[in-house]
Unconditional design. Structure first.
Lengths: 454, 454
């Protein structure tokens, strides 16, 4: 009998556990060990703002599978509080530290999967180590932050991305006064300027104070904890809680030290099968580089869906199945109070940068028949190539149904459709659900005025 | 100066007015006259059940443009209560009767557009002419029916299609006890059997009595108005209101008398530019035949979206623009109480009949992250070719978001995607809007077990 292959997985969240589960399902002989630095595995990090806000009560609700389930049901050995300190590619082994006991161990592998994710960017400002100055990335971060909420009067959120916006909603609903600082001239900079204004109006309407073009200089302490935030122009805002969410970068220190090839933002270079420059090592999730479906170029857009899919592809290939990752469009959605915002593909600027004859066209249209009560406006911007008519991107806001509409355009972009072909889609219609010409068709028809039928 | 072209349009709802408006916009010299038999133009017939139920108060709310607006703003002459009695193709003129005065007139044309729509099927049963036995097709039908609702205790609806189901909801909510008779063994027969059962359960839960395999024999009168309905097996159900909605057929008596080529269900044969077998005559909307996008074969699926689009294509071509109709997938959606049902493309049976190695795969999955409160199940069935993996159809029910999901699959089917390609779609994700693997991806992944990656 052949010696069973040993597979080591570094990181026990979306990508790592998808890889482990899929590989084990396909090849029961694999001996799989997962090392996870934190105390939680298999959690939905995207749910953390809702845990902090109280919509989700216990951290366990965010967890899909416990360590015991992974071991007993799936036959995968999982070690939490275990940090991998180094990868020895020559001898095919990793050195691991038990963070509870300090004990060191060495784990040999035939197959290594790096799924170390991403870590929050720590801005180079004074005071980020003061108590009640936090990041939100892990369940532990969430528990810490949630513990602060009940005695917080005023929170400052630094960074107007999705996490910042979702936290603004959740903390406001928990009774905290929120001030949001964004260093750029708008929120969600991949959206058209008017969309960012709409998001800002929604925040305003719910009592969130927004400062744009506001770079943080330092965080001031008061009685040994966060007391205020000062921006570079000298403005001080009182805050008994500060959350920093100014982006993430791939957690690839281990991979770098091991000499693996790194790409965009130091993410690990992988092929479509998630294999790195070392054929015994796979990488997947937020630590790995992706290929953009439209441009074919490498990108790093860390999202939960992508992490899960990349993990599954790695696991399939390791398990002996033919599989490959199709790439990303950077599709995303969020909810800020009663406003839903979604986007996919290229923004106008990204499309221009990529060399397209990029144009955009924006429309607003109710999401139900005009005469049916309860309709809400959907605003939809589509980005297309003026020469070929090819659809390149879409951004929208409005009611929850905007998510489905952006998903329709995901399919259209993936299929390489022109706006003329989008205009011809036979979409469903009924007065309680959509107008006879869906906002998608209105947007395409509007774009057709620039490019003509194809 | 050249003599201006005269364009006559028979029918003043979706298709006819779309054709007229588009043509006039492109060619201001066109002299356009629209004849409409009823007293209303430009109304959303799909809104009639909601007008009857009271959700929409006045019939005028269903109307997009009044006769005056068409004339003053668009320069199109519109005559309501005018019925076209015959088409004289040789002399290029139509004979029209003013139904208010009885006066006859002759209208010459260079271009004729037939947009006569469809009329309800009148089943061959005794008693359909008794008062309080009605159809629901025109605004006048709606006004008549609405007038009966306030003093109706028990209504029988004959026919379990979309109109029957929407009326069941609306009449129930207006306080009427509703019994629904369906001649076939299930409601909405293009849906999988289990879906039809779900629809029936929803009706049951809201107090609607459903009789399947129940063919009506006759309607009995009581004091000169509807009193009861008797099925062929002898069951009698009391009813002081009976609504017959057992389908429609194309209103093509005029076209037939004029010798135009007719096709499926006697609908008017048109090319992709909506031109009939007579090059001076166009036809569009529910009276015309369509091409199915998947099979390429002629079909007759009368829907509001299709009527509008066909009218627009006819108007574009008449106005001198290049345009053609891309065909239909028969995409549809409806709402029955709190259940949304949507479908597109081929059902399993249709796909088998069309010669495909047809298979189907059904899944149920929540429409939000499992830990996010308020998620509702979406059930999705996809039909695909077992040999090529090509997606052929999809049907779903659940929350309102099912409509957007079916629309994503509309785009996928139109693009000729395989289930493997659907599985790779980079759809949006956020806990309040979708699970990390959208129901669409779960359905595709499930189907992949039968066909494998492509």
């Amino acid at each position: 009998m052949a010696k069973p292959r040993r597979m080591v997985v570094i990181g026990g969240t979306a990508a790592g556990l998808s890889a482990a589960s899929k590989a084990k399902r396909l090849d029961q002989d694999l001996q799989i060990t997962v090392f996870e630095k934190s105390g939680y595995i298999s959690y939905g990090a995207c749910g953390l703002p809702y845990f902090v806000g109280g919509l989700i009560e216990k951290p366990e609700q965010l967890v899909s599978f416990s360590v015991e389930e992974m071991q007993d049901k799936r036959g995968i050995s999982v070690h939490i509080h275990h940090e991998v300190l180094s990868i020895d590619r020559e001898n095919k082994q990793v050195t691991v530290q038990n963070m509870k006991t300090g004990a060191m161990l060495v784990a040999p592998y035939e197959i290594l999967v790096i799924a170390t994710g991403a870590v929050p960017v720590r801005p180079a400002i004074e005071g980020i180590d003061i108590p009640r100055v936090v990041f939100l990335r892990t369940v532990e971060d969430g528990i810490l932050l949630k513990g602060y909420v009940h005695d917080t009067q005023r929170a400052v959120l630094v960074g107007g991305g999705f996490i910042g916006l979702e936290l603004a909603e959740e903390l406001t609903q928990a009774g905290v006064h929120v001030t949001l600082f964004e260093a750029m001239d708008r929120l969600l900079p991949f959206l058209p300027q008017s969309f960012s204004r709409k998001v800002q109006e929604t925040l305003d309407a719910h009592g969130v104070t927004v400062h744009l073009n506001a770079k943080i200089a330092r965080i001031l302490s008061s009685n040994g904890v966060a007391g205020a935030v000062e921006s570079v122009d000298g403005t001080q805002v009182k805050a008994d809680l500060v959350v920093l969410s100014v982006g993430v970068h791939p957690a690839t220190a281990l991979a770098r030290a091991a000499g693996l090839e790194l790409g965009i933002k130091d993410s690990i270079v992988v092929d479509d099968h998630m294999q790195t420059s070392d054929s015994a090592i796979w990488a997947c999730g937020d630590c790995a580089q992706m290929r953009h479906i439209i441009t074919g170029k490498p990108v790093h857009i860390p999202l939960g869906t992508t992490a899960n899919k990349m993990g599954k592809v790695a696991g399939s290939v390791i398990g002996g199945e033919k599989d490959s990752f199709a790439g990303v469009l950077g599709s995303m959605v969020t909810k800020v109070f009663d406003l839903y915002i979604a986007a996919t593909g290229l923004s106008l600027n990204e499309a221009k940068t990529a060399g397209y004859d990029a144009m955009e066209s924006v429309i607003t249209k109710n999401d139900k028949a005009s005469y049916y009560p309860g309709g809400e406006p959907n605003t939809l911007n589509i980005v297309f190539d003026g020469t070929s008519g090819r659809l390149l991107g879409a951004q929208g806001y409005g009611s929850e149904s905007i998510a489905g509409r952006i998903n329709v355009l995901v399919a259209c972009i993936t299929a390489g459709m022109t706006v003329s072909q989008v205009n011809d889609l036979d979409l469903v219609y009924a007065p309680p659900v959509a107008p006879v010409y869906d906002p998608i068709l209105i947007a395409a028809s509007q774009a057709l005025k620039h490019v003509g039928r194809s």
